[in-house]
Design a binder for this molecule. Sequence first.
Ligand code: NAP
Length: 439
Amino acid sequence: MSEKPIGVAVLGLGNVGTEVVRIIEESAADLEARIGAPLQLRGIGVRRVAKDRGVAEELLTDDIEKLVSRDDVDIVVELMGPVEPARKAIMAALEGGKSVVTANKALMAQSTGELAQAAEKARVDLYFEAAVAGAIPVIRPLTQSLAGDSVVRVAGIVNGTTNYILSAMNDTGASYESALADASALGYAEADPTADVEGYDAAAKAAILASIAFHTRVTADDVYREGITKVSAEDFASAKALGCNIKLLAICERLVSGKGKQRVSARVYPALVPLDHPLASVNGAFNAVVVEAEAAGRLMFYGQGAGGAPTASAVMGDVVMAARNRVQGGRGPRESKYAKLPIASIGAIPTRYYVNMNVKDQPGVLSAVAAEFSRHEVSIAEVRQEGMTDPEGEPCGARIVVVTHRATDAALSDTVKALAELDVVQDINSVLRMEGSDS
Ligand code: NAP
């Protein structure tokens, strides 16, 4: 057993960094036993060096470059956040022969391979388990446990803020605006919630998951994205009537054409999910990822997708792996992008749809609406129609909810355009996809 200490530099002392430093300090004896050498904290990179930061002041530095290049640092743990300066610090660390652990999803989802290439060249580890779904182990199961299987689909709830908002809307009948205000007041949504509610955060995670699952480089720009800002209380009422919940899903799929040509689809959008699907009952700020592989079948991973301590758990798992590799002289699996599958455009993706529209309450409306679906070869699975009344209780048209069988996004878009032009259709209130049911 090697006794030479493994030196660690932690960049960032925020929500996650504070918990990582705490675990390194409080669990030193256990970590040493698991690694086969002591883990020693060499320094912590921050912007503000001060006495009141809850750690020994001499560990703190604002000179990230100097900390990362120290000879006694073997592993750099990047927990600063933005793409820059994180990218620069990580590149410097890798080029200097240090292994790197990061939780930076934005950076990993943008990376076009230069970080992995630098790790490869220096023959060191680059781990990022915490970049997707916080504490939930999903990167390592995909890269290692399922390395001998073929993943078909990864679908998950990977953003806690939006799941909290959608769960509140489902439970209380609240509007999106009021559920967002509550989430902000309780600290579940940031002051600027754009990255969460517009689906950017989930899209970054989808890119990372798709890249790993399908051995193909997928960046955040390749991911089709819709946020949750247009989901209404009325959509939840209709979803309930249809036996569904509404969830923001990140879906990564390997599509195989009739001629055997494979493509990758990565997409993020709110979708109706039947209540008997495992993702339908994932509530509050929790995350879950369902992986389907050819031999393994369906696997589900569930737990806390964010927060300082849960995220630090995933970070420390990577740190221990990287440290063991240092002690034993090996490396973890290198980046695998050999398949190089093309990315499918959203127009070609077949899913089921839910279309909610206001129509004139007159004979022949239903058949006119049905005719447009039929004309665009979109098959209807279910139709619900109800009368509407104005605030004085007078009849004022009707609402039609249509659920389709599988159709391509392109066919559905054409149908909706045509419906909007019909004289009998007053408004298309919403169009959502339905996932997790086969027909
Ligand atoms: P945070 O609370 O905002 O902390 C960021 C830390 O980085 C702060 O200590 C800050 O220093 C330091 N920092 C930022 N820019 C710096 C710079 N230019 N030079 C030196 N230090 C700098 O962030 P966090 O919530 O811990 O998140 C850290 C990373 O983990 C992010 O990539 C995030 O996406 C990822 N992550 C977070 C969670 C979560 O639940 N929080 C979950 C999964 C992944 P000062 O303290 O001096 O300002």
